[in-house]
Design a protein around this ligand. Structure first.
Ligand code: GLU
Length: 484
């Protein structure tokens, strides 16, 4: 069998949709698993939708997640150019050939005529279908008029009867009656091809063996197959992927910030977690294994594990998985990626940030959780005094105040301020007073952080904040509690 060649063919929209990234991943994995080639092609024939810098978004995303391509606009290759807008001459040549082999015809209908036709179809409750008016123009005449530069589009010729079928790897046999297919536009009047034409020409010329793309193209694939047939070209293997949904019947939405890779990346999701999670959106290894590195995926991925049901993107599962990946990093690595978040939230110079990382790594699921976890460090936030009342810890306002006064005394005497010395001093106090650990530790946690949930407990917080700040917060709290 010839070498497997797959392609990822995004349109430069300015962002990478999660569903598209999954398509890229599967496309890449099929190539890598089979020692084939993974090609990047930019589908920018729709110039009206051109977005500045959009191609860079594609390159950057693929690079960040580690899907390196073997051929593409930026790395070259023997089947270029890999940007469709640079392939106009090629489409032009193949459009003329298709007309010659009676797979297409020039159509000179005016916009007015088409609008009227569209209205008629609408009135009759039918979907718009071109009525084949220009098919009746003698071919020689039509070709000559097109050559002379008369404004026209090129339309595909669809057989009036019969059925076109193909076997999709995921969806099985797909059949459509040719009579339901529209003789759609292949080349627009500005000479630009439509996706319907360009994808076929490019996939053939780039020797693509496996076409992997979203299932929204499933129903038009028979039309593409008729083009392959008209040209006498061999069909690729088709692998259509089900959509990625927010929940049944609801799409991921860019506006709600849950549709694009950038949204997640900028919130501090790790690329390896994103890759792992999206790999599972519609594919399973069959072994129940959930954690995969990209290298592991390259080794085990198989189209047998693809599912045709729409995949549900469960952001909570991604969060959880991201947390697991955060924990897989070394402390040094975590510290490195957490630093920018500290820089934004902490201005105090006396905080041992590495110790802070030690406290945060076990509890952070996504890096963007960091600011809310450390918002008490610079300044004690306002909080409700009822936080001192905790049934489980057996604390109320009265005993909390006493505990803080006692704790202040022993902590104030400490000459060495370390986790160890603080621990010893507080546990000695607990023993001396004959109280439960929580009765001392809980009030301290609240007094120095203003929060019930903190990275680390009272002892870690005291160590982190330093003696001066800790005592200042404790004494301030005692004062503000006044006469209880
Ligand atoms: N340019 C198309 C898209 O972004 C790709 C379809 C295909 O892979 O053939 O949806």
């Amino acid at each position: 069998m010839s070498q497997i060649r797959t392609r990822f063919a995004p349109s430069p929209t300015g962002y990478m949709h999660i569903g598209n990234l999954r398509t890229a991943l599967y496309t890449y994995l099929i190539a890598r698993k089979n020692k084939g080639k993974f090609i990047l092609r930019i589908e920018d024939t729709d110039q009206e939708r051109y977005v500045e810098g959009a191609t860079d978004v594609i390159y950057n995303t693929l690079k960040l997640v580690g899907l390196e391509h073997d051929e593409g606009p930026d790395v070259g290759g023997e089947y270029g150019p890999y940007i469709q807008s640079e392939r106009k001459d090629i489409y032009d040549y193949y459009a003329s050939r298709l007309i010659e082999v009676k797979g297409a015809y020039p159509c000179f209908c005016t916009k007015d005529r088409l609008d009227t036709l569209r209205e008629q179809c609408l009135k009759a409750g039918d979907q718009f279908k071109y009525d084949g008016f220009c098919k009746n123009i003698p071919m020689e005449e039509a070709i000559a008029r097109r050559k002379e530069g008369e404004a026209c589009v090129v339309r595909q010729i669809i057989p009036e009867s019969g059925i076109t079928s193909f076997d999709d790897v995921v969806f099985g046999i797909i059949s459509v009656e040719n009579s339901t297919l529209d003789e759609g536009v292949l080349v627009k009047s500005d000479g630009m091809p439509t996706y319907n034409f360009a994808n076929v020409v490019d996939d053939h010329l780039m020797c693509i063996t496996h076409v992997v793309r979203g299932s929204e193209y499933l129903s038009s694939t028979p039309k593409y197959n008729l083009l392959y047939k008209a040209f006498g070209w061999q069909l690729p293997t088709y692998i259509h992927l089900p959509p990625v949904m927010k929940e049944a019947g609801k799409k991921l939405s860019k506006r709600e910030g849950d549709a694009s890779f950038e949204d997640f990346y900028s919130k501090g999701y790790l690329t390896e977690a994103i890759v792992n999670y999206i790999a599972l959106l519609g594919w399973s290894s069959g072994t129940g294994q959930e954690f995969f590195t990209l290298d592991e995926l390259k080794a085990v991925f198989s189209t047998d594990g693809l599912n045709k049901a729409p995949a549900i993107f469960d952001v909570n599962k991604l969060r959880w998985m991201n947390g697991e990946y955060i924990r897989k990093r070394t402390l040094e690595q975590f510290h490195e990626i957490a630093l920018p978040y500290y820089a934004k939230s902490i201005t105090r110079q006396d905080i041992d940030l590495f110790s802070l990382s030690k406290l945060l790594q076990p509890r952070v699921e996504v890096l963007c959780d960091i600011p809310e976890n450390i918002d008490f460090i610079d300044k004690l936030p306002e909080y409700d005094i009822s936080l001192f009342v905790n049934k489980k810890m057996k604390t109320d306002l009265q005993n909390s105040k006493t505990s803080l006064e006692e704790a202040f005394r022993v902590l104030n005497e400490l000459e060495v301020w370390s986790e160890h010395s603080i621990h010893d001093a507080l546990f000695k106090l607990i023993e001396k007073l004959g109280v439960k650990n929580g009765q001392i530790l809980w009030p301290i946690r609240i007094a120095v952080s203003g929060k019930q949930a903190t990275p680390g407990g009272a002892i870690e917080l005291l160590t982190l904040l330093g003696k001066k700040e800790s005592l200042h917060r404790i004494s301030g709290t005692v004062l503000s509690m006044g006469q209880i």
